[in-house]
Design a protein around this ligand. Structure first.
Ligand code: BGC
Length: 402
């Protein structure tokens, strides 16, 4: 028996990546510097998956499997290696990526900033520097001419996690910080000051995109799917503001909101309840919660007052066991179908991630639909890629489990 969902005929089915995690040698970025200053705390991105050179193969694998969309990013540190100095060759490189995707029948979903900034931007003070909004807008303006034919543009990936990272980067440079928020760790709270600065940068970028392109503009939020335990609704609302609603409010007037979901956590009187050790936890130490996607879609829909089309720009699991990836994704998609049946406007599902990639200081957590040999860069599609492609070809129908 299969379940046929009521998805739009133009529903996007795809996979997501980010430049720093797959391209390799992003030497001019703040993250490259942080990796090298971390005194061994972080593994190095190095050549990553060499997708900078191998993107045609990566895209071809996705298209041949049956997917119709690919989310990838443009790396600011390559486009603007020094303030005001723009590389025409790098802009042409990303234009070729867009054309390759379009040629393969993959809808390009383009991210303009995915956690990494040029070193000089970080040295100038990063997002809270008085020059930040102008710097970011100028970069976006330079990118606009290559966006011809692109319908979906995400300005900034997960500004809420970026706010956390900005707060932690000083500790990281001293070898003290780490972004792994696994079992037993108390989740920090994103900095509202950085968050508000990011909202300003996003609004300015949306205006630039509207002026120079016909793309739909939005940004993506890391939905935590926080659930209040009885009596802790007030604290839950405060945490949700700092974690998400600030960024949902910052999305007002956008064309869509990117929803990114992996897990869910409870909130008690002490805040977000740390994940407990369990054999079920994923390789990032997160609780196995495929139902988080349904919670995330409902919370995002409600927070944007039921008016903003949602695009799932990331959802996936770090696991060495591909059968588990298929089980997780099957269940996550069944929750997506429920949300759509309730009337929530979901435009697509982009799985994280296309490739086993550099997971921000760690290589062990494997999220990919495609394995990558880090010596030879050989790609080996996993069964989950063919499986997701088949779901896409069947318009989202899932085989009933159990
Ligand atoms: C980010 C990705 C990351 C993924 C899994 C999201 O926070 O956008 O870059 O690899 O989650 O941790």
């Amino acid at each position: 028996m299969s379940r046929t969902p009521d998805l739009r005929p133009d529903f996007l089915w795809g996979a997501s990546t980010s430049p720093h995690q797959i391209e390799g040698n992003n030497t001019n970025s703040d993250w490259w510097r942080a990796e090298h200053q971390s005194q061994g705390h972080l593994e190095l991105s190095g050549d990553a998956c060499d997708s900078y050179h191998r993107y045609p193969e990566d895209m071809r694998l996705l298209a041949e499997a049956g997917l119709n969309a690919y989310r990838f990013g443009i790396e600011w540190a390559r486009i603007e290696p020094e303030p005001g100095e723009f590389s025409r060759a790098e802009l042409a490189h990303y234009r070729r990526m867009i054309e390759t995707a379009l040629g393969l029948g993959l809808e390009p979903v383009v991210t303009l900033h995915h956690f990494t900034s040029p070193r000089w931007f970080a040295e100038e003070g990063g997002w809270t520097s008085p020059t930040a909004v102008d710097r970011f807008s100028r970069y976006v303006e330079q990118v606009c001419p290559i966006l011809d034919g692109v319908t979906w543009v995400c300005t900034i990936n997960e500004p809420n996690i970026l706010s956390l990272m900005s707060g932690m980067s000083a500790a990281l440079s001293d070898g003290g910080g780490d972004f792994n928020l696994g079992a037993g760790r108390q989740m920090p709270i994103p900095s509202t000051e950085v968050g508000e600065a990011l909202v300003r940068a996003h609004r300015a970028a949306v205006n630039v995109l509207r002026e120079h392109t016909s793309a739909k503009a939005g940004w993506t939020v890391a939905q935590q799917s926080l659930i209040a335990t009885p009596g802790n609704e007030k604290l839950h609302a405060e945490l949700r503001y700092a974690w998400e609603d600030l960024y949902h409010q910052g999305a007002r007037g956008d064309d869509f909101l990117g929803v990114q979901s992996y897990t869910s956590q409870l909130v008690d009187e002490n805040g977000v309840v740390p994940v407990t050790e369990s054999p079920d936890n994923t390789l990032t130490g997160w609780a196995y919660r495929p139902d988080a996607l349904g919670i995330a879609l409902r919370q995002a829909w409600e927070a944007t007052e039921g008016e903003m089309p949602l695009l799932v720009t990331e959802n996936g699991i770090a696991t060495p066991d591909d059968t588990r990836r298929i089980a997780y994704t099957t269940e996550a998609l069944s929750h997506l179908h429920d949300a759509v049946a309730e009337g929530i406007d979901v435009r697509g599902y982009l799985h994280w991630s296309a490739l086993d990639n550099f997971e921000w200081g760690h290589w062990a957590p494997t999220f990919g639909l495609i394995a990558v040999d880090r010596e030879t860069f050989e790609r080996t599609p996993k069964p989950s890629l063919a499986w997701l492609g088949a779901v896409a070809r069947k318009g989202g129908a899932l085989e009933a489990r159990g």
